[in-house]
Write a protein that binds this ligand. Structure first.
Ligand code: ZN
Length: 147
């Protein structure tokens, strides 16, 4: 006779953007308190599809700037990574992958382990990245020769 195996709650590993401490949390959690520094943490992903002006963005999730989106901030700290197809202005820190799409307009410094810059992206700033990848655009428009 076999006992059914308990189904583990799906978890994800997050990293505190204040002190860097890692923690495993339920994927359903929206916010938590860091066990290292006892500060509150936002876990939500931020999706920017319009114009978004902020002083500071800090989340353990990801920041996504869609192609029509514009994110302007002083500090953008997305531990889960960034995916930018629109405009981003600010100083970026991430513990994940920063993807700069071919449609992106990027102004600012980046500190991240991996930065992916698609061909065609307009990028200015200083990059402190462990790895910088420069692939061809993954979703290039079918029409060639736009300019
Ligand atoms: Zn902490």
């Amino acid at each position: 006779m076999q006992f059914p195996k308990p189904i583990p709650a799906p978890t994800r590993t997050i990293q505190c953007y204040h002190c860097g401490r890692a923690a495993a949390l339920s994927v359903a959690a929206r916010s938590t308190t860091c066990a290292g520094c006892y500060r509150g943490l936002t876990l939500d992903d931020l999706v920017v599809s319009g114009r978004h002006l902020v002083a500071k963005v800090q989340t353990c999730g990801r920041v996504v700037v869609e192609s029509k989106g514009c994110l302007i901030g002083t500090l953008i700290h997305a531990q889960g990574g960034l995916d930018v197809a629109g405009r981003l202005v600010g100083s970026v820190q991430s513990a994940g992958t920063v993807a700069i799409r071919h449609t992106a307009e990027w102004e600012g410094d980046v500190s991240a382990p991996v930065v992916v810059i698609e061909r065609g992206a307009r990028v200015s700033g200083r990059f402190h990245a462990g790895t910088v990848l420069r692939p061809e655009a993954s979703d290039a428009p079918a029409l060639a020769g736009s300019g």
